[in-house]
Design a protein around this ligand. Structure first.
Ligand SMILES: Nc1ncnc2c1ncn2[C@@H]1O[C@H](COP(=O)(O)OP(=O)(O)OP(=O)(O)O)[C@@H](O)[C@H]1O
Length: 345
């Protein structure tokens, strides 16, 4: 059996007092398990505060989970000592929403792109470093001579290209992109997404793409994981999940996307408060917003169930579609307009 590039096993991240014996005040990530294969682009979606960025930081080893495993090529980054982790740092890189934040305004672009090489492969010669920087700048559609310019001389889209060049210069296996295109105009966004697809083809890098934008996920992600209150409620191939979502929250998210026909969404219902204590909440976290909720949903948190795609009979393939809902079915339920607008309880 091949080892996935990234495997998250039951990852939990609590924010709280930090005092021993005291329970946490907030569970931002609640038992997330997920895999990313080599060269795959996996999207994490969900509304603000659902734990996307916390998960991204844990995967990038910028933050430690409260419990769980983060396996990169089978090695657990959580239990790894600092020196071993530093040696693996060239295997994964992060791209943030604000390229200004990751580019030093006083440094020339060439320096910023080269910096990870200096930290991670310090024995590289000056000539080889310059060659790698020029190669990366050209790969992201800039000129090699741009290396001598400063960040303020570039547009937002160009700066995001520089940030991507910086992330890919060490030839990482995995790039964790947190809202990496959200601040860009639609046309520039499309250019950067095409660039990412192109770079995936050329370098074989996998991407974990954190976004609240479903159109972005549809455009580039092979698979999608939908998060709600720290948990993955549905995951699977993007086309299948978006075509016939099985979790009511996925349907709600899709219906709320401008330009998509579907159920009405009462915007007041968005962003419900998190439980003050993780233990306060039994049952399904989505229950207060779901018209399908029953007594079972009140009592028991639903475990993910496997969904069998309709075409499984003529072309058997591994089942990779899961929904954590007591009422998820193998076939899509009829969804009359407005059925999620008014919660039952
Ligand atoms: N350092 C922190 N200390 C305490 N609580 C935090 C911290 N960082 C995040 N949180 C809380 O954890 C929850 C998840 O936050 P997170 O930033 O991961 O969500 P998100 O889905 O990325 O949201 P957004 O899309 O708005 O960035 C939120 O309730 C947030 O307030």
């Amino acid at each position: 059996m091949t080892v996935p590039l990234l495997a998250l096993r039951d990852v939990v991240r609590d924010y709280g007092s930090g005092l021993a014996g005291r329970s946490a005040s907030l569970r931002a990530v609640d038992g997330v398990s997920l895999t990313v294969e080599k060269g795959e682009i996996v999207g994490i979606v969900g509304e603000s505060g659902c734990g996307k960025s916390t998960l991204a930081r844990v995967v990038a080893a910028l933050d430690r989970p409260t419990s769980g495993e983060v396996l990169l090529n089978g090695e657990d980054l959580v239990t790894m000592d600092k020196r071993a982790l530093l040696r693996r740092r060239d295997r994964f890189q992060m791209v943030f929403q604000d390229p200004y934040g990751s580019l030093d305004p006083r440094r020339r672009i060439g320096w910023s792109v080269a910096e990870p090489l200096g930290v991670l492969t310090p024995r590289l010669s000056k000539a080889e470093t310059e060659r790698r920087v020029a190669e990366m700048l050209e790969a992201v559609g800039l000129k090699a001579t741009d290396a001598t310019r400063f960040p303020h001389e570039f547009s937002g889209g160009q700066r995001q290209r520089v940030a991507i060049a910086r992330a890919l210069v060490t030839r990482p296996d995995l790039v964790i992109a947190d809202e990496a295109v959200s601040a860009l105009d639609l046309s520039v966004q499309a250019q950067v997404l095409n660039l990412i697809l192109d770079l995936r083809e050329r370098t074989g890098a996998a991407f974990l793409f954190i976004t609240h934008n479903l159109s972005v996920v549809e455009a580039i992600c092979d698979r999608v994981a939908v998060m709600y209150r720290g948990r993955i409620v549905e995951s699977g191939a993007t086309g299948e999940v978006f075509e016939a979502p099985r979790h009511p929250y996925t349907r709600l998210l899709l219906a709320a996307e401008p330009g998509r026909a579907g159920m009405a969404l009462d915007r007041e219902e968005k962003s419900p408060p998190f439980p003050a204590e993780p233990g306060d909440w039994n049952g399904c976290a989505f229950r207060p917003r779901c018209v399908e909720a029953t007594e079972t949903c009140r009592r028991e948190a639903p475990a993910p169930i496997e969904i069998v795609p309709a075409d499984i009979a003529p072309a058997p393939r591994p089942v990779d579609w899961r929904a954590a809902c007591h009422h998820a079915r193998a076939t899509p339920p009829p969804a009359p307009a407005g059925d999620l607008a008014a919660p039952r309880s």
